[in-house]
Design a protein around this ligand. Sequence first.
Ligand code: SAH
Length: 341
Amino acid sequence: MKNIYDYTLEELEEYFISIGEKKFKAIQLFEWLYKKRVDDFDLMSNIKIDTLNKLKSEFEIGKLEIIKKQEDKDVVKYLFNLNDNNKVEAVLMLHDYGNSLCVSTQVGCNMGCSFCESGRLKKVRNLSTYEMVMQILKIEEDLNLRISHVVLMGIGEPFDNYDNVIRFIKIINSGKGIDIGARHITVSTCGIVPKIEEFIKDGNQINLAISLHAPNNEIRDKIMKINKVYKIEELIKVLKKYIEKTNRRVTFEYILLDNVNDSKECAIELSKLLKGMNCYVNLIPYNETSHIEYKKSSKEKIMNFYDTLKKNNINVTIRREFGSKVDAACGQLRANYEEAI
Ligand code: SAH
């Protein structure tokens, strides 16, 4: 059976037209699902019984089960069980500017970045749109709060699940739905160039973040397999096009790995690479995991890297360390859960 949370407002409008109903019914349905959070067709009192019966014969209202929850003072990490018993995680971060949810987009990941826990489990499958939407609905219900920001930085490569991810974004961005502003939604990719091209054509206002993690092909080849397919030059070229077309700023994520990519030379080379681009660099202290031998850079090295970028007029911030106590690095909670059982 189809799942109702898989459908955008436009698609539901088409559905209602196809069964000979007025298209505004789609708005009513959307409001029941996302404004009033009703998950039972029978409670949708302004929709006629025979329309509800048609809906019930075609769609189900999906569920998602929370199987583990770990809390630290400003982070709550969730593990969900999917209908086929695969597990995915989502991490809620409580900032002073709002509540930001890090959403997973796939079960496992095929990108194979050497420092990342998610890639140890090869991609099992893409998440459906509804499985992403439900991460938000369930956590809002569980904690009785509203999520103001969404980052697609959990397990998986969003641009390797492009269509479902774009429909997910449309649903959560819709004013008739969850209503999270486009500028409060960030999609993060390891750099699948043709999908960035497609993203440019789609012309939306979503923030784009790129996991760069190296200033040159030599280092990037070693830590990110995707660089063997799309070289840094190609990536930078498409991002310049993105900036030109959208007038938006690109975020570069850069994990600092001890003695791998954190030298002063690397910082200088990175400054040259990004010179004049409308961008900023988010330096990420590496979250060490027991399965992977990389070490995080020392505070001093992180500060030196930061200073070098600053001196070279690159906008730069250091990401606050969230959730190392609750295994919040990509894929860690799932990995540790599977080991414990
Ligand atoms: N596949 C997408 C989104 C998921 S990863 C991407 O590559 O952007 C989200 C971010 O977390 C990426 O920048 C990734 O490189 C980073 N990351 C992965 N493992 C990490 C760890 N152990 N510590 C810190 N950041 C990590």
